[in-house]
Design a protein around this ligand. Structure first.
Ligand code: NDP
Length: 248
């Protein structure tokens, strides 16, 4: 049976690694992006070149109308959703809490928290046996920041990921008897462009000596954990977290 997966922010970084791995595992892949159409188009082309099926849709996950349009377009062009990876996430330039304003904090929470809630809501409406669906899986891409707190860098980001972890725990229990499993992955320092948004492209290199494994991680190492949580091998695993952080 054809299995359809949606990966938000699937055009770059960890999301792109999830998309390419999911395609190799036989999923039909839908990725969303907010601005980088070229990167998303490239991921679709790479999947199609490998014989897979993929679709890229522009949508801002923090915008409820956009999220509803994203899911409606996916329903129409691909069919019923089986798996969601809530991956889209942002952070802003490093600063202490005493310098943060409400505009920054609310923009960050709108994408990392509200966006994940909205996508989870749409997924549950399609997957839950309560709504006549066949079940499915959701993986939320959190961060080790949820536990470490990111002092001096972005406590707002860390707090958004802690909220995402609470969504994972609460929603997993809410839908556990409706054939939906909900889990989280907490990446550590992973080599992607997100660190440039924080004003420090070389952040992974600076901090890698604090990682017990003494290196940063690769997006594929995060994707492997996310796709395992969605697989039948994780059939009794829900409300759980995998830290992909080299021991940090
Ligand atoms: P990138 O910056 O490389 O990619 C982020 C992706 O999210 C992009 O594809 C971007 O779209 C998309 N995106 C951002 N805002 C929105 C929005 N409002 N609506 C839709 N899509 C959006 O980041 P990473 O790959 O590093 O991060 C992926 C996830 O992993 C994030 O949730 C991040 O917090 C988490 N993470 C990353 C870590 C790391 O060290 N890299 C560590 C811990 C967690 P577009 O391509 O169009 O810009």
């Amino acid at each position: 049976m054809e299995k359809i997966i949606l990966i938000t922010g699937g055009g770059r970084g960890i999301g792109a690694a999830c998309a390419l791995l999911a395609a190799r595992q036989g999923y039909t892949v839908c990725i969303s992006y907010i601005a980088d159409e070229a990167a998303a188009t490239q991921v679709v082309a790479d999947i199609e070149r490998g014989g897979g099926k993929a679709l890229a849709i522009q949508a801002d996950v923090s915008d409820e109308v956009d999220v509803e349009r994203l899911f409606a377009q996916m329903d129409k062009q691909l069919g019923r959703l089986h798996a969601l990876i809530n991956n889209a996430g942002i952070l802003f330039p490093q600063m202490r809490v005493e310098r943060m304003d409400a505009v920054r904090i609310n923009r960050l929470l709108a994408t990392n928290v509200t966006g994940s809630f909205l996508c989870a809501r749409e997924a549950v409406r399609r997957m839950s046996t309560r709504h006549g669906g066949p079940g499915g899986g959701i993986v939320n891409i959190s961060s080790r920041a949820a536990v470490l707190g990111s002092p001096g860098e972005y406590v707002d980001y860390a707090a958004s990921k802690a909220a995402l972890d609470a969504l994972t725990i609460g929603l997993s229990k809410e839908v556990a008897n409706e054939k939906i499993r909900v889990n989280g992955v907490r990446p550590g320092l992973i080599h992607t462009a997100i660190h440039a948004s924080g004003g420090e492209p070389g952040r992974v290199s600076r901090l890698q000596s604090s990682v017990p494994m003494a290196r940063g991680g690769e997006p594929l190492e995060v994707a492997n954990a996310a796709l395992w949580l969605l697989s039948d091998e994780a059939s009794y695993t829900t409300g759980s977290f995998i830290d992909v952080s080299g021991g940090r």
